[in-house]
Design a protein around this ligand. Sequence first.
Ligand code: ADP
Ligand code: MG
Length: 305
Amino acid sequence: MRNWFRNKKQKYKYISNPKFKSNKHNTAEEFLLNVDEENNRDAISDTAEIIKINWKENYKMKKKRKKDSNIHLQNNPEYVIELKNVFKSYPISRNEVTPILKGVDLKIKRGEFVILFGKSGSGKSTLLNIMSGLDRANHGDVIVENTNLPYLSNEELTKFRRRHVAFIFQQYHLLNNITGYENVETGLILQKHKDRKNFNIKKAFEEFDLLDVIDKYPSQMSGGQQQRISIIRALAKNADIIFADEPTSALDKKTGVAVMELLRKINQEKGTTIVMVSHDPDVIQYANRKIFLNKGTIINDEKVR
Ligand code: ADP
Ligand code: MG
């Protein structure tokens, strides 16, 4: 694939084309949305709360929020992420929803390394998706980088993510039909500062001890190698905020530690804000702040360093 294209941009355009179907998840931005739905399509638990709702209301929740005076709210200069009384329900049928987030208030400063804890099903991923613009809150404000996200259309959310955030997922989500090197290149192409496009991919592979897989495809790599590449991709993108959903839970202990050390290094050296979901108490030592979520509300929020 490397030689088919005249330049990287052209190649990326091709990979990003929705008609390009040789991979299950085909575009760097679109696949995040699809993947996420897949992650979330867990069976609804028997104990889940179910609320009847008018189908028109239910339908409306899928769309961007109607304009009102809050649309122009910006961050207090101290914060980069501010959530105010955020509610989120998922539709489970035409006229039923299940409430997941029930009034979340949260403020995160630039440069913080925050870990979200909570039992499985407590709404951690949902909260992360809402903060990162992968999904929209039904109620409340979600102001990130001076943008109130629930008011954005899908296209605007895509642009927002492209410009401001990078993702690291539990299942890596590398593009399978391109090599390690090319996967990192996709991050570089999405890089927002033109003058910083000189990220040295080869050097990063060397630094993370990945040179032997630089030209291999994800299927030829171990989980740890794929996860480290997905982190280099996030680094190459040079985003303001990195969102990570259980980035170490598919890795063995040693690789998990290496990944956490890498994240801490990025946070400390570049001042990148990191919001990470985990259920492993051992990762607390890497963060500045731990937040516990239970049944869709924050029950504890502490500084750790
Ligand atoms: P966590 O990441 O803490 O395990 P999630 O945020 O993934 O929790 O999910 C919280 C609850 O919301 C779970 O009970 C899950 O089944 C439900 N859920 C998540 N996504 C969806 C969805 N798209 N539709 C319906 N229910 C969902
Ligand atoms: Mg989750």
